[in-house]
Design a protein around this ligand. Structure first.
Ligand code: PMP
Length: 445
């Protein structure tokens, strides 16, 4: 089928992608029978691969029982159970769960919840959101407004609500040579304090960031101590802290939540991709008790909602996915295979003059490509190196998630690698071999 004969409005309006017809563990098979190793879980989504029988069975069972009931009138069993599971796993006081259908919806809900919280507790002047330049929080207008992904924002700028963007925490590009990692982390976090003071603390509702940056820069972990200091600054000024763990959460980094590794709990946390692992569309906001109680004891009603929130089949999928992760001890495999992936990437790309950085946590890793390793100069964006790598990888039967540089034009093309939690050593070997060949071919093109 060509792009001309298809009636689907594909993202890339000029291309007809291959049609995926079958999932087989970590592989996707297309209509021509070609097999692709899913080296990025789509966009860090498919953490159980593409054919997990327990998840598929749980969805079928739920559809047989009841496929849909409006949450304005009913709760449902998988939603109740999944909320309990998440609340028990979550750090700090995140004890309530608000279900939605994806990452952008989760971010929208978190922003509005922060705003309503302040109205409920008698601080209606707090409405401003501070975020970071190197971030992606979704494509709906509110999420896009707080996101810092310049390319995705550009055309829609006049339609976006105001948000302040501070610097990211990005050691490879921003740390000075005379600073330790900790000193750099402190300097980066202190930008938040300055921004809050400039905005007027009594007007700021929340600060949002991805603990480990995903789509915009490729698996960038925070400097040691950075998130702790961010937490302190938010507390000092009564600003809510939102962690967007849509991509880095739900076990992807080797901890159930990425922020667990940093020992910091937010007031609101968004999750999505790994929650349902792609078996159904689902996202959620994990909410601190204090925020829930302010709304319950205040107006009693969160002024927000979507038709498909808490969808029974989606919650059944999410519950089954999370039970498999727990019962099969998959976080242990994320840590083991994550270490193997790091070693393999370092062996294959460590001496490559065009690979400036290899970074990440768990099964959430990236390489950043540079024209010159000593100056960290990026490739000319017109070359679209990331797109060429993606094409070369697809040709070799490998799916990865490459992106162009987007932080003020100051970071290079990168390739995000985020395979399913069920990978074994043979998958890691195949992934890195094919990625190496694809990168070599793209650089030679
Ligand atoms: N937040 C983050 C951190 C994300 O990575 C994404 C998706 N890449 C989103 C929000 C938006 O999620 P969705 O595409 O499900 O709306």
């Amino acid at each position: 089928m060509s792009a001309r004969t298809s009636h689907v409005f594909h993202r890339n309006a000029r291309l007809q992608p291959p049609i995926a017809v079958k999932g087989d563990g970590c592989y996707i098979v297309d209509a021509d029978g070609k097999r692709y190793l899913d080296g990025s879980g789509g966009a860090a989504v498919s953490c159980l691969g593409h054919s997990h029988p327990k998840v598929i069975e749980a969805i079928k069972r739920q559809l047989d029982a009841i496929p849909y009931g409006h949450t304005g009138a009913f709760s449902n069993e998988p939603m109740e159970k999944l909320a309990t599971h998440l609340a028990q796993a979550a750090p700090g006081g995140l004890d309530k769960v608000y279900f939605v259908s994806g990452g952008s919806e989760a971010v929208e809900a978190a922003l509005k919840m922060a705003r309503q919280f302040y109205i409920e507790i008698g601080q209606p002047s707090r409405h401003k959101i501070i975020a970071r330049r190197q971030s992606y929080h979704g494509n709906t207008l509110g999420a896009l407004a707080v996101g810092g992904n310049a390319a995705r924002r550009a055309q829609f700028q006049p339609m976006l609500m105001e948000a302040t963007h501070i610097a990211p925490c990005f050691s490879y590009r921003e740390k000075r040579v005379d600073e330790t990692e900790e000193e750099y982390g402190r300097r980066a976090a202190d930008e938040l304090e300055t921004a809050i003071q400039q905005a007027g603390p009594e007007t700021v509702a929340a600060f949002i960031c991805e603990p480990v940056v995903g789509a915009t820069a490729g698996a960038v972990p925070p400097a040691p101590g950075y998130l702790k200091r961010i937490r302190e600054i938010c507390d000092r000024h009564g600003v809510l802290l939102i962690f967007d763990e849509v991509m880095c959460g739900m076990g992807r980094t080797g901890h159930m939540f990425a922020c667990d590794e940093d020992g910091v709990a937010p007031d609101l946390m968004t999750v999505a991709k790994g929650l349902g692992a792609g078996y159904q569309p689902i996202g959620a906001v994990l909410v601190d008790t204090r925020i829930f109680e302010a709304i319950r004891d205040g107006s009693g009603f969160f002024q927000h909602g979507h038709t498909y929130m808490g969808h029974p089949a989606a919650c059944a999928a999410g519950l089954a996915v999370q039970e498999v992760i727990r019962d099969d001890n998959l976080l242990e495999n994320v840590n083991r295979q994550g270490a193997a992936l790091r070693r393999a990437l370092e062996a294959r790309f460590g001496n490559n003059a065009n690979v400036g950085d290899i970074r990440g946590r768990g099964l959430f890793m990236a390489i950043e490509l540079v024209a010159d390793r000593s100056t960290k100069e990026t490739f000319d964006p017109a070359r679209q190196l990331h797109a060429v790598i993606k094409r070369e990888a697809m040709e070799r039967g490998l799916i990865v998630y490459p992106m162009g540089g987007t932080i003020d034009g100051r970071h290079g093309d990168h390739v995000l690698v985020a395979p399913p939690f069920i990978v074994d050593q043979s998958h890691i070997t195949e992934l890195v071999e094919k990625l190496g060949d694809a990168v070599d071919a793209a650089l030679a093109a």
